[in-house]
Design a protein around this ligand. Structure first.
Ligand SMILES: [Zn+2]
Length: 291
């Protein structure tokens, strides 16, 4: 009840805020479309032996991991396949994993063919999982749309289609986690330009959602936090390569092909990437670059 009230409150606040733009007030939703509900302190009891009592009913569950700390909320979630998941939010003093310092810093760029380009020369190719499965998804989608609405054949085809999509997501997420661990093992500070995802999507279309940079950054931030490493975001317009890290002189223009340049003001020689990395490190001292 508590949580439902909060959800409705949230929906109405959004409605009041945006109703001039034609947003409609929250309405009723079919049970079928209801994807989750949240229990706060009451309404459930763990019985031991992987059993939980919710309301008057006892359910058996599979433990994906130990629940550590005090449970604050418990959310029951239903996926489009009809599988049920139980998510526990806990208050827990997280212990940092053993800190291993590499004193290495690198800046990264997202790209289409190459998922990540590191300033130290690291290249990580984009696996494009969606592209690999696109034919299978198209076929499943075609079969689904041909079935009679409301029939059990259509339901079976829908589940088949959903499974194909989930497969892509799972493989991608697995790859993201592994990559996040690899990068945080190699570097202490990882720099990214703040991304303009909406603009990129317009430019490149489907591929961008296949790459899902945003999801990757979330995972990376989490892994970095655990390992006491830093993920730093730099303003897109900060001229990190064009600014002399010695005296602060800013060049008018620096061609992408130029790997090294001599500062006209102080005469020091700057290697493109090292120079950018030093600049990022020094502005990293200013707190607002760090998220
Ligand atoms: Zn200079």
């Amino acid at each position: 009840m508590q949580d439902i009230c909060q959800r409705i409150e949230k929906a109405y606040q959004l409605f009041f805020k945006h109703n001039k733009k034609g947003v409609r007030p929250p309405g009723f939703k079919k049970v079928k479309k209801y994807k989750s509900f949240t229990l706060k302190q009451a309404g459930y009891k763990f019985l031991g032996g992987n059993r939980i009592k919710i309301g008057k009913q006892v359910y058996q569950f599979y433990h994906s991991r130990e629940i550590e700390g005090k449970i604050k909320t418990l959310t029951i979630k239903r996926t489009p396949l009809g599988e049920l998941f139980m998510l526990a939010v806990v208050a827990h003093e997280s212990e940092l994993e053993i800190k291993s310092t590499t004193s290495k810093i690198a800046g990264f760029d997202f790209g289409l063919k190459t998922f990540l380009t590191g300033s130290d020369g690291t290249l990580i190719d984009s696996p494009q999982f969606l592209k690999q499965s696109l034919n299978a998804i198209k076929k499943a989608s075609r079969i689904h749309s041909k079935k009679v609405k409301g029939s059990s054949n259509r339901e079976r085809a829908r589940k088949n289609l959903v499974r194909k999509y989930e497969d892509v997501c799972n493989r991608r997420r697995d790859w993201f986690w592994k990559l996040a661990h690899k990068l945080t093992d190699t570097f202490d500070v990882l720099c990214f330009e703040t991304l303009n995802l909406k603009g990129m999507q317009r430019l490149w279309g489907r591929k961008i959602s296949d790459l899902a940079f945003g999801e990757f950054l979330q995972i990376l931030e989490w892994v970095a936090k655990k390992k006491n490493k830093q993920v730093v975001y730099i303003d897109q317009w900060y001229p990190s390569s064009k600014t002399c890290s010695d005296c602060g002189h800013i060049l008018e223009k620096l061609d992408l092909s130029v790997r090294q340049w001599r500062c006209p003001s102080c005469n020091s020689v700057n290697g493109r990437d090292e120079n950018a990395a030093i600049n990022i490190l020094s502005c990293w001292g200013i707190n607002h670059w760090v998220r």
